[in-house]
Design a protein around this ligand. Sequence first.
Ligand code: HEC
Ligand code: HEC
Length: 331
Amino acid sequence: MKIWTKVVAAAALAVVSVSGLTALYYGMYLPRTAPPRAGSVPTTPERIERGKYIFTSVAYCDGCHSERDFTRFAGPVVAGGRGKGLVFEEEGLPGTLAIPNITSDRETGIGAWTDGEKIRAIRDGIGRDGRALFPMMPYIYYKNMSDYDVECLVAYLNTLAPVRNRLPRTAMPFPVNYLVRSVPQPVKNVKAPEPGRTAEYGEYLANLAHCVECHTPADKGQIDESMKFAGGRKFQFPGVSVVSANITPDPETGIGRWTQDYFVQRFTLQRSMVMNGAPQVTPDKFTLMPWLGFAQMNDDDLVAIYRYLQTQSTITNKVARQAGFTQKASF
Ligand code: HEC
Ligand code: HEC
C-alpha cells in the first residue's frame, strides 16, 4: 500500500513536471534570485576567527568541501585538503554531484567571486552564474545565518590558501534539475539571537549545524517533519554505512537521561583527537557525525544546543546502531 502511494505520487510528480506550463515556469521564473550585494566584507582578526569557528566547527563546511581521511575516526581533514572539493558518491544519487572547490584559487575555486556572490551562494543557494545549487548544500538552513556570521565566514573563506583542483559540474537528470530550481529563496538582513546558554541561541546554532537533517528519517532528500530528531536516517556509501541516533528527549530511545554535563562531555572528549590526531578505525566504526568539528565548539554553545534539544518533542524510536568509536563520557 505504502509503496504504491509512493509510486503514484512519483508518477503524478513526473506528469506535473513535464506539463508544458510548469516546465515553462520552472525554466523562466525560477530560481528566485536577488542581485549579490556590493562591496567587500570587513576583515579583522576577530571576524576571521569567528568565520573559522563557523567553518571548522559549528557549520562544519569541512564535512563536505574538504578532503577527509575516513580510515581515521570521524574522517579528519587531510593536510592541504581544506575546501578543495570532490565528486560526491552516495548510493541513490540520480546524477553527478560535485562539491565545489571553495578555496581562493581563481580558476578552479571561488577566488574570482565577489564577496556578495559568496554570501548569495551560501545563504540563497545561487551559483555565480545564477543557477540553483543542488540543495545538498544546506542553504535551506544557512538562510538563517546572520549577516554578521556570514560576513565573518566569507572573511575566513578569503584566507583559505588556493588549491588547484578542477572538478566536473554538477549534472542532475530531468526532472530533478528542474525541481531544484524551486528551492532557493533570497534573504537579507538576518539577525541572530543574543548569544548565551539559552534554548533560543541553541536553536540558531543547531540550525547552522543542521542536526535535524541527519537526525531525521528522509525520503528522496525530504525529511519527515513528524520525526524530527528521532534518528534512524541511514547513510549508505560504497562499502560503508551508518545510521543516525535518536536525539529527542525520549528517556529510553533518545537522550532524555543525559545530563547537561554528560552531553557536553560527549562532545568535548573528542578534543584530544583534534589536537593529537584521530585514531585509525575499521569500516564498521565509520561515522558521519561531525565529532571532530563539534568537539571544537565552546562549552556555552554546547549547553545552548543541549537546552534547545530538551525543548523538542519526545519521540520513541529505537535505532539499531553499530558500536561506534566515541569515547564514553561518565555521568
Ligand atoms: C552537506 C554538504 C555540504 C555542506 C555541509 C556545505 N556545502 Fe557548500 N556545497 C555543497 C554542494 C553539493 C554544493 C554544490 C551544489 C551544486 O553544484 O549544485 C555546494 C556549493 C557551495 C558553494 C558554491 C560554489 C560554486 O562553485 O558554485 C559555496 C560558496 C559553498 N558551497 C560554501 C559552503 C560553506 C561556506 C559551507 C559551510 C557554512 C558549506 N558550503 C557547507 C555541499 C555542502
Ligand atoms: C552529517 C550528519 C550529522 C550531523 C550534521 C549531525 N549528526 Fe549527530 N550523529 C550522526 C550519526 C550518523 C550518528 C550515529 C553515529 C555516531 O554516534 O557517531 C550521530 C550521533 C549523535 C549523537 C550520539 C548519540 C548516542 O546515543 O550516542 C549525538 C548526541 C548527536 N549525534 C547529536 C548531534 C547534534 C546535537 C547535532 C547538531 C549540532 C548533530 N548530531 C549533527 C550524524 C550527524
